[in-house]
Design a protein around this ligand. Structure first.
Ligand SMILES: CC(C)(COP(=O)(O)OP(=O)(O)OC[C@H]1O[C@@H](n2cnc3c(N)ncnc32)[C@H](O)[C@@H]1OP(=O)(O)O)[C@@H](O)C(=O)NCCC(=O)NCCSC(=O)C[C@H](O)C(=O)O
Ligand SMILES: [Mg+2]
Length: 325
């Protein structure tokens, strides 16, 4: 698995010329550029989107920025042409195929074999990876088998909008919380009761993170559709980050900085984590730092944070200075 920084997977609708023209600038701002061919692309613009993606892949150099595409789902009339045409034309530049509405290991097996055939036919030396979207009830039920389905598995993203529909949830949102999903405090003497809003996605994100980490894959939160509420977007992204996710989708330029802020570790946390590593050079024993006990397990947590800060620093020179690397 290549070690790459993927704090935000930035969605571009490649059928729109004006959006394609933004790619050279995006390459320097985001960690992953994704050409979206699936939902949000009108049915009569599917081949324009596919051709637009091939064009933007050909016309740009991506350097350390990832180039992904989200193809149409397996049971659509567009999937086969999406994969065949893209791999045969720009397969050498493509890092990851994001596959929507994955229901079980069989979906991954099919794409895995198709990619293998096309890679062999085209003489491609670098394997194209697969990223599954977890967005159906059946997919969530089968998440472990999906994670284990192929050595090409890069990771998974939560698709809260399709998952809500698949589960029959009574919402009309793309990710985020709902004011009615709350726990009511007990009544006190004055009769005042407070509703504490809960995270609708906690269970699924936890299940996805465990499945991914068990098989060496990367977990991601997906989209947050309310562009007018950057605070709620940041909060949803942060919950996912704290639970183990490495990034989220950005659908609008305003979400790029939010993802960058959230998925780059906090400088104060990095400084504290470095103190732990310095205090326990071989990672064993127990020491006290600022009144808090540290041992082998906190050393490992600290290592996760410092390793991530180092990875961020390799791309982001400003943050490298802040972290002191
Ligand atoms: C939703 C949008 C169509 C909104 O675009 P627009 O109306 O142009 O918004 P703004 O006027 O606010 O845009 C300001 C400028 O920014 C540019 N812009 C907008 N979006 C992007 C983008 N994604 N990348 C690059 N540049 C962008 C505009 O062109 C404006 O530029 P300028 O005129 O020069 O000032 C649009 O944001 C969009 O299409 N976003 C992607 C939507 C998408 O991909 N949706 C699908 C993913 S979510 C999903 O599928 C659900 C999931 O699967 C699940 O089940 O949960
Ligand atoms: Mg979806």
């Amino acid at each position: 698995m290549p070690i790459s920084l993927e704090r935000m997977i930035h969605f571009v609708p490649p059928n729109i010329e004006k959006m394609r023209a933004k790619v050279p600038d995006l390459v320097n701002k985001v960690d992953v550029v994704l050409g979206n061919l699936e939902d949000a692309i009108p049915a009569d613009a599917k081949s324009d989107a596919r051709n637009g993606f091939i064009q933007l892949a050909r016309e740009n150099e991506f350097g350390s920025t990832g180039l992904w595409t989200r193809v149409n789902c397996l049971n659509s009339p567009w999937f086969l042409d999406d994969v065949m045409e893209i791999v045969q034309t720009v397969g050498d530049k493509l890092d990851v195929v994001m596959l929507p509405k994955v229901e079980g290991a069989w979906d991954i097996h099919y794409l895995d074999q198709l990619l293998a055939q096309l890679e062999a036919k085209g003489g491609l030396g670098k394997p194209i990876l697969i990223h599954a979207i977890l967005e159906t009830a059946e997919g969530v039920k089968n998440v472990e088998q999906i994670a284990a389905a192929s050595p090409r598995m890069h990771g998974m993203s939560l698709g809260p909008a399709d998952l809500a529909a698949s589960r029959g949830m009574k919402t009309t949102r793309v990710g985020g919380g709902h004011p009615d999903y709350a726990v009511l405090s007990d009544s006190d003497n004055s009769g005042v009761r407070t509703a504490f809003q809960q995270d609708l996605w906690h269970y699924t994100v936890g299940k996805m993170v465990d499945a991914c980490l068990s098989y060496g894959l990367k977990p991601f939160y997906g989209p947050f559709g309310d562009f007018s509420d950057p605070q709620a977007c940041e909060s949803q992204f942060r919950n996912a980050f704290l639970m183990g996710c490495l990034g989220a989708w950005s659908l609008h330029p305003s979400q790029i900085e939010i993802a960058k802020k959230v998925f780059s570790p906090d400088p104060a946390e990095v400084a504290f984590a470095r103190k732990i590593l310095d205090a326990m050079p071989d990672g064993t024993g127990a020491v006290m730092i600022d009144g808090k006990m540290q041992d082998d397990a906190t050393w490992k947590q600290a290592k996760v944070i410092v390793d991530l800060a180092q990875l961020v620093s390799s791309k982001d020179k400003e943050l490298a200075e802040v972290y002191g690397f």
